[in-house]
Write a protein that binds this ligand. Sequence first.
Ligand code: GTP
Ligand code: SPV
Ligand code: MN
Length: 594
Amino acid sequence: MTTPLEHWVEEQARLTKPSRIYWCDGTEEEAKKLLEIGMKEEKINGQPVFLTLSDKNWPGAYFHRSHPNDVARTEQLTFVCHPDKLTAGPNNNWMDPKEAKEKMKKLFDGCMKGRTMYVMPYMMGHPKSPYARACVQITDNSYVAISMRLMTRMGKEALDRIGKSEDFVRGLHSVGDFNPERRFIMHFPQENLVQSFGSGYGGNALLGKKCFALRIASCIGKREGWLAEHMLVMGIQDPHGKTSYIAAALPSACGKTNLAMLQSTLPGYKIWTLGDDIAWLNVGPDGRLYAINPEAGFFGVAPGTSLKTNPNMVKTLKNNKFFPTLYTNTGLDTQNEEPWWEGLDGEIPSQLLDWRGDSWDKSKTTKCAHPNSRFTASIYNCPNLSKEFDNPKGVPIDAILFGGKRAQLIPLVAEAFDWQHGVFIGTRMGSEITAAATSLTVGAIRRDPMAMLPFCGYNMGDYFAHWLDIGRRLKQPPKIYSINWFRTDEHGQYIWPGFGDNIRVLKWIMDRVHGHVDAKETPLGLVPFSKDLDLSGLAISPEHTEKLFEVNPGEWTQELAEIEKYFQSFGSSLPEAIWSEYRRLADKLAAAKR
Ligand code: GTP
Ligand code: SPV
Ligand code: MN
């Protein structure tokens, strides 16, 4: 008897017509074999999928160039296919499921001729966790297969968990011919199915990540009463040895990986990393909010990563306990066979190729590494991995942080008055667009509620209501904070030093959570009294400190108008409670103006 899994794989093979079908077991030997195939047999744009790098400084490292038209997520080609458009909401591209299936069937028909079909059983979450999900992805690309080994728990445990069951998340992926005209990322939430064609890049192709663990999982979470969020998860150990846990949502390329890996500049504080991109949040039996990170690796932004900004990440990259580590679209130092990117420690190497493979030196006006170039590394290589990472129950969350990249308006930190106000803070978030998605104007501000705009698989009005519902079920709700590391001074320079010094903000948040300090009320929320924010050893002038917390009602006129317009786009789906928080903020700002 064929199992539902075998049946599904056969069906996909009949459609895509590969030369070979290979079932992945997720082992290191297999990764080595696939790397060989990627170096010798498979090609992208006429180039090998992988190049070896020297083991001297970057053990276990391999270099990958994606197709030059395929370097970031493509939100305009990403669709959520609910039976009706209203369920998808104004925040998603929508296509009728039948129409989408037809379209994709034509693209997938015979697309794997002459290629190997890799079948990858994997878990999102620890196999023993009640919150984990078993999944299977099919792909025709060795880079995707090896990346999935690093980003998920791949192999036997997932197969065992699926067994004869129908209950597994399905992902069908082909790089096709990399033609952006024939590129689609289609989600079918009713079937727990993702079909992705024409891209080999990160969030478009590693279907366990944004496609399943956020877009599809957010729909499952809505039905089942939990939250799938674009959040890092970390433990903060204080000088007494007590560890508290936080989850923080920041839009793509706005600092999650860096915050999750932070090396404290305050003595006695230590960070334990649990996740840098995705959190699944469940109401535990004790009425507290518990987080697991369903992933098992980092797919992080390379530029700016250095021993100075993020020593724990560099140590992770140089640790080869879990093999291998991939570098995608960075520069390449051909003399030393090493990856290179802007911001890396040391001298600029003398013989460099840029991310496209053209020779590069610092006289060029272009970047050597693509701004969205990335590394892929197992989380088990992280020197400060929390011992709770594999705890099936997850960790209890004391604070939720919502942040973004805002040169103006938003203070360094502000605490929500209560859960409902905190949810409102999440909904009104705006952030500068980064290079993590194509076809958008980098630097322009867009509304990005809870950093989930590109990832919420259903109508965000209903999503906001779901957040409010979760709050009602919590006996001990986490406190909610707004954060912003990116406020600029009169010369356009960041005022706040950021990175390791962000611990100073986290310390204040912990002091608030544990009731050690009072706070000052502003229209936006509660901010620190200056005596309570530890700025010792920092060279920030009192004027600049003031600027970090300034609430300028005049500047808010346009922001309020934009928030209102955005909320209106959800029509009657937007919860009344969010409108009432909006009016309360508008009234408070108006009163402050007088
Ligand atoms: P995704 O992987 O796309 O989800 O990005 P992310 O949210 O994990 O962002 P990441 O930590 O990779 O940081 C993105 C960029 O922001 C990098 O270039 C960092 O150097 C920069 N950055 C991160 N944290 C800070 C900070 O505290 N201050 C400043 N000024 N820049 C930061
Ligand atoms: C992001 O864009 O938020 C990422 C990279 O983390 S990707 O996997 O491409 O989504
Ligand atoms: Mn990241």
